[in-house]
Design a protein around this ligand. Sequence first.
Ligand code: PXL
Length: 287
Amino acid sequence: MNKNQPSVAAIHDISGVGRCSLSVILPVLSAMGVQACPVPTAVLSTHTGGFGDVVLRDLTDYMQQALTHYKSLGFLFDCVYSGFLSSVGQIDRCLEFFAAYPDAFLVVDPVMGDHGKPYRTCTQEIRARMVELVEKADVITPNLTEVCMLLNKDYDHAPLSVTEARSILARLGEKGPRFVAVTSVRLSDGAFANIGYDRERGAYWRVDCEYVPVTYPGTGDIFASVATGSLLTGGSLPIAIDLASGFLELAIKTTYSYGADTRHGIMLEKSLGWLMEKRLSARYRPL
Ligand code: PXL
């Protein structure tokens, strides 16, 4: 919308407590100099991972009306970035956004589950149709659970050989996206890594990370947002994965050091300043 600054239509839910989705996506993109325009898919009292009976207001109708309004104003977004969806109709709403902005860079974080299980609100129908967004995307950022759902494979958390890791990336790339980044992969050489594939270049990448023995909600959202911010401001795929991995490592270790309740997500407020400094680390290497 402003040619000096990339703009993103960010199609995700907003959860009041638990530091995930728009609560972390907006500050991350802003810190990276990217204008984030939220298109909320649902309002939730908390995320769905451990706070009991969540209050959820679905905004499927709102999404369509918001798009009609933006089109009437002639707004152009440089990027459309989708994530957590609370109803299967929202797949169609996302496809409408994608069609309305044919020149936009399309980021699909196929948020469906973690640790081998679907999120409580992620129905079989949503899981079956997520691939329609993936096919249109320029970049996708699934975790291993979501990879298995997209490839109709049984979830298996055994370490992956380099050949298996490359094969998963290539099969996802065949579905359409030029860039594939898969988070939190255990490799058979013992490394814990975020891995990537640039289909046009035929290049595979890995960024090895320090393993911290806890998991926090929202880390996938933060990974995808930092990577998106980097790609939109001139980063290559390995640079984007490197920056996202470095930032998460810092934020996770910071949170772990406080022993904070994991359900509240990572202490983003303590680490966000790092993102503004745009450090280059070049920890990436070919996979
Ligand atoms: O971080 C993914 C996510 C997004 N939105 C909601 C969630 C989760 C994961 O649990 O529950 C509402």
